[in-house]
Write a protein that binds this ligand. Structure first.
Ligand SMILES: *[C@@H]1O[C@H](CO)[C@@H](O)[C@H](O)[C@H]1NC(C)=O
Length: 270
């Protein structure tokens, strides 16, 4: 009897410690606020799920309550399914003010069956123009996938389901400003960009498919500081090369038409 009580107590203790560590997972009510969209953004399932929607009248968006100065931030997204042409789901970190820093993921919708484009950019002190674009190796509308930003003083690493797709290294040594002084919030929005998003604006949003919906869950901003010196190990570098060779569709660092006088200095490092 005593031993079975001790066993139950131990089991309960293990359960509680396990549960509390795995369930420190996001509560959207606590970590985020809906900022626009007049009811089109919704938090459901006790804070575990957030949805944004877009119709002809408006899109919607949210932002984090906290600001982050460096971080390792994961979010699961499930994108607008079907004919999502013309829609853009932006998920990014940004500081405020005129010479702001920004780290962007933008998902450009497409016709049913045609691939989404994942557009990335990094702004430092107001200067961006550092686009890299990718197709994905899965359909991002079928399930949730994890999109991560690791931002530390040496580098910014964009990852998808743990696979690094882009690294932006600190290139201050060659005179390039690096985001390291301005705290950033996390923002996301779903909006209509059919003047440019899909095939350069040729394919328009089909409003008969509205409302369009994107979903979010499992936000996590890492505690501690394991990631402060994190870099890609050799396996990570191999994965990065694999993605870039197979799935990258645009890289500003190889666009010689755009930079006839020579590539931006960070391109020698990245
Ligand atoms: C849409 O699909 C076309 C055809 O596969 C592709 O070239 C394009 O990159 C896709 N994405 C966008 C946003 O146009």
């Amino acid at each position: 009897m005593a031993s079975s009580i001790a066993f139950l107590a131990a089991a309960a203790f293990l359960f509680v410690t396990y549960y509390s560590s795995s369930a420190k997972a996001s509560d959207f009510n606590k970590d985020f606020e809906i900022t626009w969209g007049d009811g089109r953004a919704k938090i459901a399932e006790n804070g575990q799920l957030l949805t944004l929607s877009l119709d002809r009248a408006s899109g919607s968006g949210f932002q984090s309550r906290k600001e982050y100065l460096f971080g390792k931030i994961d979010m699961q997204l499930k994108l607008v399914p079907g004919n999502s042409a013309g829609t853009v789901t932006a998920y990014y970190l940004s500081s405020q003010g005129p010479s702001h820093d920004e780290i962007d993921f933008e998902f450009l919708g497409n016709l049913s069956g045609d691939p989404y484009t994942l557009h990335t950019n990094v702004f430092s002190q107001g200067k961006g123009n550092r686009e890299q674009q990718f197709h994905l190796w899965f359909d991002p509308t079928m399930d949730f996938h994890t999109y991560s930003i690791l931002w530390n003083p040496q580098r910014i690493i964009f990852s998808v389901d743990g696979t690094p797709i882009r690294e932006f290294k600190n290139a201050e040594s060659v005179g390039v400003a690096y985001p390291k002084k301005q705290p950033m919030r996390i923002y996301s929005s779903l909006w209509n960009a059919d003047d440019w998003a899909t095939r350069g604006g040729l394919v328009k949003t089909d409003w008969s498919q509205a409302p369009f919906t994107a979903s979010y869950r499992s936000f996590n901003a890492a505690d501690g500081d394991d990631w402060v010196n994190q870099e890609l190990d050799s396996a990570g570098q191999e994965r990065l090369k694999w993605v870039q060779s197979k799935y990258m569709i645009y890289n500003y660092c190889t666009d010689s038409k755009r930079f006839p006088q020579g590539f931006p200095p960070e391109c020698t490092l990245n």
